[in-house]
Every structure is written in structure tokens, then in C-alpha cells.
Design a binder for this molecule. Structure first.
Ligand code: SF4
Length: 457
């Protein structure tokens, strides 16, 4: 069996499963956020009763992150609905924006985006939070009401996005009926060259198979090249499995995985037992191809979808209006460090926005010093507009007052985020080009799409 088949077999109590089988799996973690949480709660109450209790209050993780820093009262109210539900149910893991469990969230427009507005429990983007706060464990099954839930597959976990109806059902039962996907293997060899990152890997692979090339299939990453990839790179890669239509993305487990997971579960006091899976030697694959990481170059997905692959060096004729670094895909500490490596001591030429994915990233950027200056200040001094409020921000557009949102037609934005269908970051007549933090940084400096190796090699 493949990695995905092994996890689904174990979770459904079967000795083996095959692609196409429909199996009831026991769920280890259910994640929801402020956009889908209220709807999920509504389904749960409608189907299981107003006084129903969730199947396991330690397995539901609720993370407000999407439409948080906005004056839109309906969005603010969504966070209050989550808090009421958490209080009612005694849910253990809730990363609330405010400290008062009886309070109400209201974005302070006077403080705005540049002054932090969160309490001590807040974390930020859901997928990054799952990893950093010890909710990702090898061999487990994680569902989330968000399409990029597949990011958690970096940890040898079966993780996929679901709708509110399925999530409401899981809340009541702890189970879900799922069709076992076929597996596509991406066998990675070699090591990434300087200036090339996990984002370039996944943009290359999506370009290879097309933005629907893995529809309802597991994208399995294995091979000797995996060991050279950091956990952050692996997260970036699995995060975008959905951009090829994948049901899930999943990596083999190695010592890096175990070190990361063991440290996070110990720090956060989350469940510490788990059992990784390995693929069988005779696993059946729908697709199998080797990729040499050392041959990859800075890659861009052009408007209007993540499959429009080009090399950054071919796109110097495209003038840009905006650059953006942030999100679960591109807002990790390592992403900002890569970005800062390029812009350090220089000044960006176009509007450039930076959004840390989590409060931990914010703290790390302020604490990390290069030649006596914090990376945060290096970015600010280079002209990057850095918000102190981590979250999804303009990755998916959001309400019109969202930090970094593209509000005008015709704007061309290069972004470290993961999706660029029309309207994704705001105006439906804007254009988004997806690239690595290195490439976004180099392009911010020149005002046109730029191969970052011009600055760092
Ligand atoms: S940062 Fe973007 S892709 Fe990630 S969860 Fe938020 S909206 Fe989705």
C-alpha cells in the first residue's frame, strides 16, 4: 500500500484498502476556522440537536485567522460565534483573538494594521498553527474546513479539506466516509540549488501535471531528495497539492519530521503518541516520475491559474505594481528570512506588503538579529509594509479593508501565496503571479518579475 492507503486502512480498522474503496475512517483531528466554523456549528446543531456535544472536545481545533483584522461587523461576529461554541462545549484548543472568554471581538480601526491587536491565545493562520502548536502527527487523519488542509501531509499525515456538512458530521460522530484516492508518486532526487525553494518545487510539479493533474489523487513525495528539504519546504509543497486538484499531499517520515513533531507536542502539551507509515515496496501507483531538485530554477505561476508555469528569468518583461509575502504557504519565518536576504540594505520599488503567518513568526522576526538589526527592521527599512497582526490577510482577498488587498482593476501583483485564480486577492480584474519569497523579493526591488539569483548568487 501507499502512504495514504496505509493511513486510511488503519483509520478504518481494515488490513488493507484499495483506490476506489469507500471506507469509514476514525478522525484524529478536526480543524475549523472563522469562515467555515459558524456554518459547521450550524450543521452540527441542526443534525445532532441544540444540546448535542462534540464527539471529542480534545480533537476539535478552532483557529480564527481569515477575516479577523477588519471593521466588518459580520466578520467580527463570526469569531464571537466560535467563542460561544468553545465555551459551551469545553473545547480545549481555541486560538482566540481576545483574552476574555466572555468578551466580543472588535477590530480597532484607530490602532489599524500596524499595531498588534491580539491577546495571548491568538496564533494566526490555521495550517501554520496546526504545525507549530503540536496538532500535526505522523500516521494520523486530519480533516479541516479549508482546502489547504493538505499542508499537514508534510508530517506524514493524511490531511484534506472538507465542507461544512462533512465537518458537522465529524463533530457529532468522529467519523467520515471517504473514497480512497489513487496515488501519484513524485520521486525527489538531488538537492535544491541556492535561491530555489520548496515553492519552486511545487510550482514546477503543478506546471508538469496541470492545475487539475492530480484531481482526487494523493500526491506522495518520497526519494533521497526529501531529506534535504526542510519541514518548512515540505509544508509549502504539500500545501499546494490542492492547486493540482490533489485530495492530499503526503511526505515520508524521517528524523526531521520526528524532531519537529516531538518538539511541538512537548512544547504545547498535545498528544505525543503516533505511529508513522512507510510505503510498501510493492505499492501500486497511478503515476510515478523522478525529479532532480538540483535542476530546478526560480519558477512562477502566471495569471490566471497555478498551472501556468514559466521560469522567472523568462518574465522580465512583466512590470508589476505590487509584491506580497505572507500566508500559510509563504509567511513562515524561513520565508521572511529568504525575502530579507534579498532586500537587506536595499529599497523596494513597488508597494510591498508583508504578513507573518503566525504570532510565533512575528516574534521570531523581531528576535532574529543580523549584524545587530532585527530582521523585522531590515524589512521595514527596505520599505516593506509589515503588519503586526498575523493572519490570512489578502491571500484570499477578504473584506475591502483587508491589509494588502488588491482593490483596483489592472494591478499586477507577485505573491508568495498559493492561489491565483481571477479575484483571489481582491479585484477580479487584477492579476496574481505566484512565486517563492526569493523571487517576490527580487521582483519587489526591480518592479518587474526577476530571477532572484541576480541578487543572491
Ligand atoms: S493564508 Fe491563504 S491559503 Fe492559507 S489558510 Fe489563509 S486564506 Fe487559506
Amino acid at each position: 500500500m501507499t502512504l495514504t492507503e496505509k493511513i486510511l486502512a488503519r483509520a478504518s480498522g481494515k488490513p488493507w484498502v484499495r483506490p476506489g474503496d469507500n471506507v469509514w475512517v476514525n478522525v484524529d483531528v478536526l480543524m475549523t476556522h472563522d469562515v467555515c466554523g459558524p456554518g459547521t456549528i450550524g450543521v452540527f446543531k441542526r443534525e445532532f440537536g441544540q444540546n448535542a456535544k462534540v464527539w471529542d472536545r480534545k480533537k476539535v481545533v478552532i483557529i480564527p485567522d481569515h477575516y479577523i483584522f477588519t471593521a466588518d461587523g459580520m466578520c467580527n461576529r463570526n469569531v464571537d460565534i466560535l467563542r460561544d461554541f468553545v465555551n459551551e462545549q469545553g473545547i480545549e484548543y481555541f486560538y482566540d483573538i481576545i483574552d476574555d472568554p466572555k468578551g466580543q471581538w472588535k477590530f480597532d480601526t484607530v490602532k489599524g494594521d500596524f499595531t498588534r491587536q491580539f491577546g495571548k491565545h491568538y496564533s494566526g493562520v490555521c495550517h501554520s498553527t496546526l504545525a507549530q502548536r503540536g496538532h500535526n502527527r505522523p500516521g494520523e487523519v486530519l480533516f479541516g474546513t479549508d482546502s489547504h488542509t493538505c499542508q499537514s501531509g508534510a508530517f506524514n499525515q493524511f490531511a484534506t479539506g472538507i465542507g461544512n456538512t462533512d465537518a458537522g458530521f465529524i463533530m457529532g460522530t468522529g467519523k467520515l466516509l471517504i473514497k480512497v484516492p489513487e496515488t501519484m508518486r513524485f520521486f525527489l532526487e538531488g538537492e535544491l540549488p541556492k535561491g530555489v525553494s520548496g515553492k519552486d518545487v511545487i510550482l514546477h510539479l503543478i506546471g508538469e501535471i496541470g492545475f487539475d493533474g492530480a484531481t482526487y489523487r494523493a500526491m506522495q513525495f518520497e526519494g533521497p531528495g526529501v531529506g534535504s528539504l526542510s519541514m518548512d519546504d515540505r509544508m509549502t509543497i504539500t500545501n499546494m497539492a490542492i492547486e493540482a486538484g490533489g485530495k492530499n499531499g503526503i511526505f515520508t517520515c524521517d528524523q526531521k519530521t520526528l524532531d519537529y513533531v516531538n518538539a511541538r507536542v512537548a512544547e504545547n502539551g498535545t498528544k505525543s503518541t503516533f505511529e508513522p507509515v512507510e510505503p510498501d515496496a510493492d505499492q501500486q501507483l497511478f503515476y510515478d516520475k523522478a525529479f532532480d531538485l538540483s535542476k530546478l530554477e526560480p519558477t512562477v505561476a502566471c495569471h490566471p491559474d497555478p498551472g501556468q508555469r514559466k521560469l522567472a528569468k523568462e518574465l522580465g518583461h512583466i512590470a508589476l505594481d505590487r509584491a506580497y509575502i505572507g500566508s500559510c504557504t509563504g509567511g513562515k519565518t524561513s520565508d521572511f528570512l529568504a525575502f530579507a536576504e534579498v532586500v537587506k540594505g536595499k529599497t523596494v520599488k513597488i508597494d510591498t506588503f508583508g504578513v507573518p503567518s503566525t504570532t510565533l513568526v512575528l516574534d521570531e522576526l523581531k528576535a532574529t538579529k543580523w549584524e545587530g538589526k532585527s530582521v523585522w527592521n531590515i524589512l521595514v527599512d527596505a520599505g516593506v509594509r509589515m503588519t503586526e497582526n498575523p493572519g490570512c490577510a489578502a491571500c484570499l482577498g477578504g473584506p475591502v479593508d483587508t491589509f494588502g488587498r488588491v482593490n483596483k482593476a489592472g494591478i499586477k501583483c507577485i505573491s508568495a501565496t498559493n492561489r491565483n485564480f481571477p479575484g483571489r486577492m481582491g479585484h477580479k480584474e487584477s492579476q496574481v503571479f505566484l512565486a517563492s519569497p526569493y523571487t517576490v523579493a527580487a521582483s519587489a526591488l526591480t518592479g518587474k518579475i526577476t530571477d532572484p539569483r541576480e541578487f543572491i548568487c
